[in-house]
Design a protein around this ligand. Structure first.
Ligand code: SF4
Ligand code: SF4
Length: 443
């Protein structure tokens, strides 16, 4: 038994010992509801989760529950005993996967998913920034000296302007921070989700250990998935030597320092596309937006508990995701909002293309805060790609940046990127505009 397995076993035993089988977690679970698993007998579903935890080959509806989980965290929030049910469910899924799927197949699946992500991230990042900036982010954690480490994860590099916004905000506040991320510093989610725990430990476990070895006292995450995984795997494995927070929570601590630095901007009305489930990110982002002068945050009732972010595990519920996005866009128009604000990068990828269809701008919260501080302003290339408007400048920039990064792309790469970007749930303009414009950079 590896110490990761021992940790998970102890956590699952503790959850089962404290559980009263009240069924409230199953009742609250949006994906169990979506799958029709919890309406009739939520207590029975929990009883089956306990059976599955004891015997990973046990039959029953809990198998669908654990594999269909999108990690919303609604179960943990509903539990009167304070049990981290999301973590328990993920342990039960991992054990079931490991009991049923051959280790070589799990490893191969993890490697396939990681390769696909890594390739897309490297190409899209290389299209959006010069080599010196990219090299700075991708450099190993070892050797970093700053007390604050801003850890981007991998996928946000597809929407690189968000990373630069955060760096601008930290710089404006006089906070010295190192920025680190990219596939070679991955959180290991692809290995973990495929049940390849040895691969996870070599990737995510190593990244987390490197945080500690850097000597930083605060590690600020960007990606909600990294935040959740590190919080629910590594922090319970051994208490870290640093504070781990999502960067929005850290920035919300700095609101008083931001206020005198805010610049004059015209009145704007904003709707925040909300997600729950990751620490205090939602109240932190709401508090920051509320502090921005001349910005009215319009309250819009929305299904914010369905998943902790757009895409990812929630992507299997494409109709539900579409309904959530449609409701936000329609609600923003009805409320007279001139801006929809996203919390995370995957939400931004899903919603940015709405600018081709609706009379509002889509901005990440970091766009809004950086702009209010008189900073930011880096081109949101991903939004340009997804809206499919005039791409001449974006293509010219991509050509220069790819050359600077020494990255060659083929027609096949552009076709694969087009499929990946335009097949994900969310809004988009004309995919052919993206494909044919970017085909011009293929060699
Ligand atoms: S984390 Fe969300 S989707 Fe997963 S079991 Fe809990 S409530 Fe259901
Ligand atoms: S809500 Fe908590 S105590 Fe109730 S069944 Fe779920 S895990 Fe057990």
């Amino acid at each position: 038994m590896t110490d990761l397995a021992a940790t998970f076993d102890a956590l699952a035993q503790d959850a089962m010992a404290r559980c009263t089988s009240c069924g409230k977690c199953a009742e609250a679970c949006p994906t169990a509801r979506e799958q029709g698993l919890s309406q009739d007998d939520p207590r029975g579903l929990v009883a089956n989760l306990i059976a599955l935890t004891r015997d990973p080959e046990a039959a029953g509806p809990a198998n669908d529950w654990v594999t269909g989980c999108d990690a919303s965290g609604q179960c943990s929030a509903a539990c009167p005993e304070g049990i981290n049910v999301r973590q328990w469910v993920s342990i039960a899924r991992l054990n079931a996967q490991q009991a049923r799927v051959d280790p070589a197949a799990r490893k191969e699946e993890a490697a396939r998913r990681f390769r696909a992500m890594s390739h897309a991230v490297r190409v899209l990042a290389a299209m959006q920034m010069p080599s010196a900036e990219l090299a700075r982010i991708l450099a190993p954690i070892k050797g970093r000296k700053a007390d604050v480490l801003f850890y981007t994860g991998c996928n946000v590099l597809k929407t690189a302007h968000i990373v630069f916004n955060v760096m601008d905000i930290l710089d404006t506040l006089g906070i010295e921070a190192d920025v680190v991320g990219g596939p070679s510093n991955c959180c290991g989610v692809y290995q973990f989700n495929a049940g390849d725990t040895a691969g996870y430990d070599k990737m995510g476990g190593r990244t987390f250990r490197n945080f500690g070895e850097s000597g930083a006292s605060r590690v600020l995450t960007w990606c909600p998935t990294c935040t959740k995984n590190f919080g629910e795997i590594e922090v319970d494995r051994a208490p870290p030597s640093f504070d781990l927070n999502h960067v929005s929570e850290f920035l919300a601590e700095q609101i008083e320092a931001m206020k005198p630095r805010f610049v004059d901007l015209p009145p704007r009305r904003a709707v925040l596309h909300e997600h729950q489930g990751i620490g205090h990110t939602l109240p932190a982002i709401r508090a920051m937006l509320a502090a921005v002068p001349n910005l009215t945050l319009v309250d819009l009732p929305q299904d914010s508990g369905f998943s902790y972010t757009c895409g990812g595990q929630a992507a299997r519920y494409a109709e539900r995701e579409r309904a959530i996005h449609d409701a936000v866009a329609g609600g923003a128009v009805a409320a007279g909002a001139d801006m929809v604000v996203t919390m995370y990068h995957s939400c931004h990828r899903a919603l940015a293309g709405a600018e081709a269809l609706y009379p509002f701008r889509v901005m990440n919260f970091t766009d809004v805060i950086a702009e209010a501080l008189g900073r930011g302003g880096r081109t949101d290339y991903y939004k340009l790609y997804k809206t499919g408007g005039d791409m001449a400048q974006a293509v010219a920039d991509a050509r220069d940046y790819l050359e600077s990064n020494g990255v060659k792309v083929s027609r096949e790469t552009i076709d694969a990127l087009t499929a990946e970007m335009f097949n994900e749930a969310g809004f988009a303009g004309d995919r052919e505009v993206f494909r044919s414009a970017l085909a011009g950079v293929a060699q």
